[in-house]
Design a binder for this molecule. Structure first.
Ligand code: SAM
Length: 276
């Protein structure tokens, strides 16, 4: 890919294109096409099945917003599960919370972990932390086998295609509820309102039928389709909009702040219409 422009088709009629400095690794794994490239604008970047997963320049937005919104909403998160997330970014953010005693990562494709460690060390560098347990396996199966274990579960999966297709079903969300403790919280990345409004609508509807508190929040991620990304949070007891001031303590972040925690739930009208 070096010296060329690489295009991710975000819809069949629209895409993002970026200049590639060097191709670092390409292989067809058991689950997906894995590409790692150095890009001129965003540094090293991981692609799976032709879709941008994470980049050195903007990764902090997504990883901080997936992790800190639920972890500050929960009064004392100790046992955390990340489904997917093989690049290690969400785990890195989870470990910033001193209350967390154990963080389990269940990633279906070991090659994602291997090449993220090699080419994205600042993202994947915490996967060997003593508080982390890395399992290479199907998150859907792990959830099915778990009961009442986790304070917070984060679903950091690829789009609902290939190995992730089951991770956007009502059955999976019901399984998450079962795997959580009785005051647990879960967050899933739920794509963008410009190109996948139906996905957001369907996930919100399914999660609302399972969790008493269901909300949508957003962040700007320039390398993701449309740049406007959403996250769905389902909570059995704690409301992300009712976190006590004293709960927020300083963290080393570049995007997340306690004011942004609240502001991220303020939705533009066309997005509000999807969730109401
Ligand atoms: N931030 C990215 C996004 O929003 O698209 C996701 C990054 S992370 C690399 C996505 C990971 O989910 C991939 O490594 C993929 O292998 C993993 N994955 C997909 N389906 C899975 C499943 N059923 N169980 C566990 N991991 C899965």
């Amino acid at each position: 890919m070096s010296g060329l422009w690489y295009t991710e088709k975000q819809t069949k009629n629209f895409g993002i294109t970026m200049k590639i400095k060097e191709t670092l690794h390409t292989e067809q794994t058991e689950f997906q096409k894995l590409e790692m490239a150095e890009t001129e604008e965003f540094g090293n970047m991981l692609f799976l099945d032709g879709m941008v997963m994470t980049s050195q320049k903007d990764e902090f937005v997504y990883h901080e917003m997936v992790a800190h919104v639920p972890l500050f909403t929960h009064p004392r998160p100790e046992n955390v599960l990340v489904v997917g997330g093989g690049d290690g970014g969400v785990i890195r953010e989870v470990l910033k919370h001193k209350s967390v005693k154990k963080a389990t990562l269940v990633e279906i494709d070991g090659k994602v972990i291997e090449y993220s460690k090699k080419y994205l060390p600042e993202i994947a560098g915490q996967l060997d932390d003593p508080r982390v347990e890395v399992k290479v396996g199907d998150g859907f199966m792990h959830i099915a086998e778990s009961e009442g274990e986790y304070d917070v579960i984060m679903v950091d999966s690829t789009e609902p295609v290939g190995p992730a297709v089951n991770l956007f079903t009502k059955g999976f969300y019901a399984g998450i509820s079962k795997a959580l403790k009785d005051d647990g919280i879960f967050v899933a990345q739920t794509d963008n309102p410009w190109f996948t409004p139906e996905l957001i609508k369907n996930v919100q509807k399914d999660v609302k039928e399972i969790f008493p508190i269901t909300r949508l929040y957003m962040a700007n991620i320039p390398t993701y389709p449309s740049g406007l990304w959403t996250f769905t949070i389902g909570s059995k007891k704690y409301d992300p909009l009712e976190v006590k001031e004293e709960r927020f303590h300083e963290l080393d972040t570049k995007y997340y702040t306690k004011d942004l925690h609240k502001a991220s739930f303020v939705l533009p009208k066309f997005v509000q219409d999807l969730v109401e």
